[in-house]
Structure formats: structure tokens, C-alpha cells
Unconditional design. Sequence first.
Length: 381
Amino acid sequence: MLDSKVSEYVGGELKVNQAYIICGQAGVTPLAYGSFGVGKSATTKAIAEAAGRYFYPMYLGQQIPEDLGGFPVPTTVEYDGTEHRIVKRLMDEGILLCKLQPSVLFLDELTCATPAVQAAALQWVLEDVPNCWKFAAANPSNIATNGSPLEPAMINRMCVMEWEPDIESWAEGMTNGNASEFPVPYMPILPADWEEGVGHYAAQAVKFVTDTNHVLARPELLNKTPSDDASELPFPTQRSWTNAVRLLGAADSVGADEHTRRTLVVGCLGDDAGQMFLDFMKHEEYKTPEEILADPYDVRVPKSCHLAICYIGSVLRRVREDLTPTRWENLRIFLASCHKQNPDVAQAFKGKAWKIKPVGHQPEYNQYFADMESERSDLPI
């Protein structure tokens, strides 16, 4: 459970680097490229402090591979009655603490690290450490101290993005915080059920890269090796497609804006493949939960029951996370629209919608959904 400090700014207005914050919570390590002194480290530390998590920064330009992979310690092991001398790895204390408690592991100065240290860091990008949010930051290799370009294998496991300097917060801290107290970042917290919204996007990705009969499908973008001049840029593989759709589900769960959604998709797939996929989804005429709640009439839903459930469920979750009478009424209108296309699925969600009705709110009458709700006598119209 997050402490009260988080609730003080979750509803704030200034929203920069939202893709970076969403990635770390969703299990995809973000890599923020940015110049020197623009707040990458300070923001990541603020995220950890606000969430009440242990913060462990690793400045990779100052590390040796053993700092990440463990220091060799001689020992013995017995096998089939014979004792053998072996070497085990003794884990760094900070990394051990990241594994033992809710934590934030920050891999900084990634392009300042030697190739050997980068290879050791890759295991931490790969490893699924429960309850550890992982973030990474770097200066572009052409300006980094002893800069070493990142290998495609590292890039393909991360969501790569440009850091957005938070100038307004910096100015606020300089003028009103005596240049020592700066506002904490707006931090969208993923709900426990955020993964339930992934299915819709997963189906769209599969269709985009496998359906040769669709006018906008691009099967050649399922797996595409980067060219030499784009070796430090994200590119599409089955792994990065998986990461992209998971991040879209996470973004929907917190009502992320279009800029954040594009940053997440392009950060996994690259500019070309990412933008083509976003265009494909627009062509399919499926809307985000927030777009639906802004205009809930006559919304098209997927024909597949499984996808319709994912689609409707994502809207219900957004209303539950940010519940107001207006949003709840718009949810009813949306369900009525769904009822015209898939009555069984809409009926399955109607009861769930009424369970989250705002306390004290008197439901409005609207002929648009009166017929649907009249099918259950226990619900007021």
C-alpha cells in the first residue's frame, strides 16, 4: 500500500516522462536518453521515495562486471560422492536488498560502461525480480564519457525514449524552493489488475503482423534486424511486440495521453514500425477508454467475445479508478452501445457497472440504455 505522500501528487497537472514511470512498474525497463544534468537521476530517486521503495543506483561507468554479476568466491560441492572445487558468486549488498524488498534499481551511465559491464547489466534487464522496478538512463554515446554504443540485444529488451526535462518543476524549485526543494513528479500508479487490458492490444498486434489479407498489415515487421546506422535505435521483434502491447495495456489502466502511448510503442518498436501500428489501430476504429468515456454513443466493439470482454473491461476499470457520476453515466451509455452489438457480453458487465455506482448518485434516465437495463428487473431505470 502506498503511503499518503503519493496521493498528494497523483492528481497533479504537470505530466512529463510518464512513459518512463509506467515502464518501470510494468516490468519493461525504460532507457531514458538525455544530456547531462537534466534530472534523470533525481526524478528516479523521487519516484522511489514517493512510493516508499528502497532506491539503489548503480553508476555503471564506475563499475566492474563483478559488481553486477557477483564476486567470485571459492567453495566446494559434492557430486556422486566426490568433492569438487568450484567458484560461486557473492552478490552485491545493494542488489540483494533490491531482491528482498519493494525497490527501485536504477542503472545509470549505461553508455559510459565498458562492453563487459554492459553485458553484466543485461542480466538485470532480463531477470524478473518480483517487486523491483527497474529504470535505466544514459547520455547519447557520442557525448558520454568514454562512450560505448549499446548493443542491439540490450536495446531490444528495453523501451528507449528521449528524456523530457521538467522545466516547470525546476523553475518552481528555484523560485519557491530556495533551489533545494523541487516538486515531486506526477506519478501514475498502475492498478493491481492493469494486465487485464493487454489482451485487446495483443490481438491487434497479431493481426497487424500476420493478417496478409488486411490492407494495412505488415508481416515483414514481426522480426526486423536493425541496419548498421540504426543499431542504437529500437526495432521490432517478437519480444519487443510483447513489451509494446503490455505497455499499452498499462497506459490504458492509468488513462495515459496519446503522447505517452506513442512514446511507449515507438520506444519498443522504433519510429516506423511503431507509427504504422498506431495508424493501423486507428484504422480499426477502436478507441482508448478515455476516448470512449468522452463520447460513449455508438462505439464500435470487436466482434470476438474475448476481445469484446477485454475492450469493455478496460473502460470499466478506468471508471472504477477515476469514479465520478458523469463518468459512470457515460459507462452506462457505452454498455448500451455494446448491447446493440454483443448483448451477452454487455449483460455480463452491466451488473459490475452498477456495483461501482457512486454513493448517493441518483441514476439518470436515458432512453438510449433504458431497454437494455429493463432486461433485469432488479436494476433501477
